[in-house]
Design a protein around this ligand. Structure first.
Ligand code: FHN
Length: 491
């Protein structure tokens, strides 16, 4: 008991210390065997490649796509991929058993992995995260360790292989999503096992999980990473030693593999970041359907944001009428928001039970793709620019080019950019990215006393007719120390 109180106190003190310091100067105060070690701030080529993606595609697909959020005229209120957990009071009779037999009808005759991959490429996605198995436990690859797989559906063929091959052929990197929650496995449980029987049963699940992961890594050697989900159960978070060993094993089997912060718990069952506040895993996976407001909020970590097109539907939901559906414009803005803060944006698609990507998603992919075709220079390999967010849109930086993607065009066609005098670079030339038309740029002194900015006015062509966000590119040069305003005076 005393030990628990002391531990809690130590964790509390440590997190206070962490909050009070910047993440870069943090000192670890809690000794951990299974903390942030091995990962975070990787500098190898694989991680650099991950950092340069900018845009990714998520695909949630499984037998839940057959009901698509409804069954026998009843509508499930939650996320469509969770439909198996429909509560007894509102679900159709014998729902769980109906669901568990749906795989016998899974025959996606319209599935064309090559067409999906072409569409993803056209959208500009550099990586895809594909659900090999969601919480229901149904495997889209012919796993040797369970019968609940695609092999026993009418479709029979290895869907994971089709996806991996098709996306790789388009030059798109593949990451495999794997849910630790598995409602189909007898040994799976959410609460930590206590009795000898429970422990023995959970051991079978741990063994099964390890086998499946090794199987995936070996079956699909071009995979770039594993994207874990459903790791919040207490049964799992108490397994730090086992998960740590598994993490090590997977990394050994697949050198360079990228595994985010949703896999390993620390010694005290903390996920995402350990009890010292350090990121566990190669990048932050906590940004689900939300974006960090500022670079400070990201704590300087690598991160990606996984984003649904409706508010919270990952698997196919037939009803897209009763909620707001994000537009390609919304998503392009989120993309800029992400890249400007060193993150990747991953947009989710939920193909239907026959394997078709819905036309609305197709139209969004086309819209984003058209924009990317002209403007992706401001996205791929681009980073946080080290400047405050401009009111007109978002800055991204690549080498000595600064990109301003404009969403809010000023009515007088003058972009007035406030560059902190402390910024080490100066804005030299300006041009529109599309067409490379030079723009007039001049230093402006609007005479705000004690203002720590230098202002640059950039004139947009009055005849620029455009109804999409557009990019202005600046050549950056060394600052000659002359960023101070002429009119600054001592008072
Ligand atoms: O429960 C899942 C959900 O269905 C979906 O797969 C998302 C994707 O990030 N992950 C879980 C919720 O965090």
């Amino acid at each position: 008991m005393k030990k628990t109180i002391l531990t809690t106190l130590l964790i509390g003190l440590a997190s206070l210390a962490v909050n009070a310091q910047s993440s870069l100067t943090k000192t670890d105060t809690i000794p951990l065997k299974y903390g942030a070690h091995r990962t975070g701030n990787r500098t190898d080529a694989e991680m650099e490649r991950w950092r340069s993606y900018g845009l990714g595609q998520f695909i949630h697909w499984g037998v839940y796509a057959i009901p698509g959020g409804q069954w026998q005229g009843k509508t499930y209120g939650g996320a469509a991929e969770w439909i198996r957990s429909w509560s007894k009071s509102s679900a159709p009779e014998n729902w769980t058993s109906i669901y568990d037999n749906l795989y016998k009808q899974f025959n996606p005759v319209n599935f064309d992995a090559k067409a999906w991959a072409r569409q993803a490429k056209q959208m500009g996605a550099k990586y895809v995260i594909f659900t090999t198995k969601h919480h229901d436990g149904f495997c889209l690859w012919p796993s040797k360790y369970t019968n609940y797989t695609i092999k026993n559906s009418p479709y029979k063929k290895d869907i994971v292989k089709e996806v991996v091959d098709a996306y790789n052929a388009e030059g798109i990197d593949v990451y495999l999503y794997f849910s630790i929650i598995d409602w189909n496995h007898k040994g799976y449980r959410s609460a930590a096992p206590k009795t000898a029987d429970e422990i023995a049963s959970y051991e079978t699940f741990k063994k099964f999980t390890r086998n499946q992961l090794i199987e995936l890594v070996k079956n699909y050697p071009t995979l770039r990473g594993l994207w874990f989900d459903g790791t919040w159960d207490q049964a799992w978070t108490k397994e730090a030693a086992y998960v740590d060993a598994l993490d090590k094993e997977l990394r050994k089997l697949s050198p360079g593999i990228i595994i985010g912060s949703r896999f390993r718990p620390d010694d005290y069952g903390k996920r995402g970041q350990d009890s010292n506040g350090n990121l566990i895993g190669d990048y932050e996976q906590g940004w689900e359907r939300k974006l960090p407001a500022s670079i400070e909020v990201t704590k300087g970590r690598d991160w990606d944001c996984v984003m649904t097109i409706p508010p919270n539907q990952w698997g196919y939901n037939a009803d897209w009428k009763s909620s707001y559906i994000k537009t390609d414009y919304d998503l392009i803005q989120m993309l800029l928001h992400s890249v400007s803060l060193n993150g990747n944006l991953v947009i989710n698609f939920g193909p239907d039970g026959k394997g078709a990507i819905r036309t609305e998603e197709g139209a969004i992919a086309t819209g984003i793709g058209q924009w990317m075709q002209q403007n992706s220079e401001a996205i791929y390999g681009a980073k946080y620019a080290g400047l405050p967010k401009p009111e007109y849109g978002y800055y991204t930086l690549k080498g000595d080019k600064l990109y301003l993607t404009v969403f809010n065009r000023p009515v007088n066609n003058q972009l007035r950019l406030a560059i902190p005098q402390s910024y080490k670079k100066s804005l030299q030339k300006a041009a529109l990215l599309v067409g490379n038309q030079s723009l007039e740029i001049k230093k402006t002194n609007i005479g705000i006393d004690r203002d720590s900015n230098t202002y640059f006015d950039v004139t947009l062509p009055a005849n620029l007719t455009i109804d999409k966000p557009f990019v202005v590119v600046f050549d950056l040069g060394e600052s000659n120390g002359n960023n101070k305003n002429y009119g600054d005076a001592k008072t």
